[in-house]
Design a protein around this ligand. Sequence first.
Ligand SMILES: CC(C)(COP(=O)(O)OP(=O)(O)OC[C@H]1O[C@@H](n2cnc3c(N)ncnc32)[C@H](O)[C@@H]1OP(=O)(O)O)[C@@H](O)C(=O)NCCC(=O)NCCS
Length: 178
Amino acid sequence: MAGFPNPLVPRTEMSGADSRSACTSNATFNPMSSDAAHTLGPLLAKIDPWARYGYTPEALTAFLAGQEADAARYIISVDRALAGAFSVKKNWLRGPYLQFLGILPAYQGQGIGTSVLRWFEAQAREERARNLWVAASEFNARAISFYQMHGFDRVATLTDLVVDGTAEILLRKRLIGD
Ligand SMILES: CC(C)(COP(=O)(O)OP(=O)(O)OC[C@H]1O[C@@H](n2cnc3c(N)ncnc32)[C@H](O)[C@@H]1OP(=O)(O)O)[C@@H](O)C(=O)NCCC(=O)NCCS
């Protein structure tokens, strides 16, 4: 797709503090490993939105361990302990899509999600992306307000996307003209 002449190439080890803004977490981001996927899958399957949707530990493990050239999965670590995972789909709609973000409960509310968004934005700006994209389930009010707090606006309601009767909210952050 036009607008992305270079792929987002992760460094071997990236600190949440490497992003352009100061951040409070000491999280590091590394490419997903099979072992980490097998540990994180069952832990993330216990929390919403995945618990509410009935994702099995195996399904989440398979997703996290999956290898897609344009959608890398990352481990989030704090002091070498697993704290969560995220995945960025490159070149989505004139910008990348954060297709998965899960912080384990013990690590929530410590600025780690903020570090991930700052890194996501910094990488996209380096690639001269026009937009950042995320989505959250309509029932996930905390995630929606978290994204809004970081400059994302609701742009669409995708009804019955994951299961009938619930909606996903698509949010966009414009990087051009801000
Ligand atoms: C939603 C989610 C990604 C946010 O990540 P997080 O690491 O908890 O977010 P942050 O800590 O950066 O910021 C969230 C809150 O912590 C507060 N905070 C930020 N830094 C902090 C710190 N150093 N100490 C204490 N609180 C802090 C923020 O003010 C914010 O408060 P609020 O939620 O009460 O409004 C995370 O909670 C999560 O993974 N939830 C479950 C899965 C999910 O919903 N994923 C997203 C949609 S699929």
